[in-house]
Design a protein around this ligand. Structure first.
Ligand code: SAM
Ligand code: SF4
Length: 356
């Protein structure tokens, strides 16, 4: 297929132009990183030490965030927003940002991905500010394994946070887990039993090559197929037939083997490496310092914050954003790495510095 390098015009108040790309996709789901800082050091994401934080002046202010989301929603057809990081809860003005976003966009689904540290204290305020849904990351239910994986001893805080988020009813609480071979992969069934008993939707995420230590290998990662085999040793899994609609997780209904008529819950598996869903991707990512990344694995970044700070109009910014998305790559090519493939080069940014 021959592709034009010119983006469609942006700047109208209809999503007709929007964030389209050369391959017929349209991004409507905005992932916005509020900070690069984090209070954990998950081995698959950050280094133990030595990652310098951005300075306060380098990251977007609350005003800039509110303006940027407004441009996305009003000019470019953004229909869903996820706040992430780094750790979004470490941002002191998080509740203020949420209140302002909710005021400007009463119907916009706004979700957040968090490690849960400090969530127990903030869940009520987040709910009242208008947060629609929350994902809490939790890879292990054992204190020692949690400490080994996150390099911090805070399992109890995360458990308290996820429990409080459910109590104040920030939507259906989802739990994200990454399985690491020889560390927590034996916990797959335990995590699912706990999640269904607690009323959380568990989502396993395949480990991706986005760790600052560059320790990921294709051979060592736990694949979605392996996760399903492990879960099926204890549960019956049947495909959840609800439309996937660009969602990254493939969902399965969970039943006990001795009571197959009762659905205990749902589990999602995000197979970004082995079963990529690039052709249906609807995401546009913005880093904490206001750079557009058209793909999690993109090595190209488009600076919008510089435009903000040199007096650009909303139309200029919408235009630059749509140009960046027009060049979104067709696919990430990640499953070729380590297998002699040539089309994947790991990003210089760790997941914490992009926004997962
Ligand atoms: N700090 C928050 C948290 O951990 O939930 C939000 C940011 S974190 C980067 C977002 C999600 O990315 C988490 O669920 C985390 O487990 C996941 N993640 C981080 N590094 C990853 C990697 N290399 N492969 C797969 N998932 C990863
Ligand atoms: Fe922090 Fe989240 Fe990365 Fe863990 S996955 S180090 S909690 S940003």
């Amino acid at each position: 297929m021959s592709v034009s390098m010119r983006p469609p015009p942006a700047g109208s108040r209809s999503p007709a132009g929007g964030l389209a790309d050369r391959y017929g996709r349209r991004a409507t789901d905005m992932r916005l990183s509020l900070t690069d800082k984090c209070n954990l050091r998950c081995t698959y994401c950050m280094p133990e030490e030595g990652l310098a934080w951005l300075s306060k002046n380098q990251i977007m202010t609350a005003d800039e965030i509110v303006r940027l989301v407004g441009i996305g929603v009003d000019f470019l057809g953004i229909r869903e927003l996820r706040l992430t990081g780094g750790e979004p809860l470490v941002r002191r003005d998080l509740v203020e940002i949420l209140v302002r976003l909710r005021h400007n966009h009463p119907e916009l689904p706004i979700s957040m991905t968090t490690n849960g540290i400090g969530l127990a204290k903030k869940a009520r305020a987040l709910k009242d500010a208008g947060l629609s849904r929350i994902n809490v990351s939790l890879d292990s239910l054992h204190a020692e394994t949690f400490r080994a994986l996150t390099r911090r001893p805070f399992l109890d805080q995360v458990l308290a946070g996820v429990t409080e988020a459910a109590r104040v009813q920030i939507g259906l609480v989802k739990v994200n887990a990454v399985l690491m071979r020889g560390i927590n992969d034996h916990e797959a069934v335990h995590l699912l039993s706990w999640a269904v008993a607690s009323g959380f939707e568990l989502r396993f995420i395949e480990q991706m090559p986005l760790d600052a230590d560059h320790g990921w290998t294709r051979e060592n990662m736990i694949t979605a197929a392996e996760i399903r085999v492990r879960l099926e040793e204890s549960f019956l899994l049947t495909p959840d037939l609800r439309q996937r609609d660009g969602a990254p997780a493939e969902r399965w209904q969970v039943r006990a083997k001795d009571a197959p008529d009762v659905v205990l819950g749902t589990v999602g598996i995000i197979a970004s490496v082995t079963e990529p869903f690039c052709s249906d991707c609807k995401r546009t990512r913005v880093t904490a310092e206001g750079k557009i990344m058209s793909c999690l694995f993109s090595r190209e970044e488009t600076d919008l914050l510089g435009l903000f700070r040199t007096g650009a109009t909303d139309t200029d910014i919408a235009q630059r954003w749509s140009e960046a998305m027009w060049l979104k790559p067709k696919a990430h090519g990640m499953d070729h790495t380590g297998l002699g493939g040539v089309d994947f080069v790991q990003s210089d940014r760790s997941m914490s510095a992009i926004g997962g």
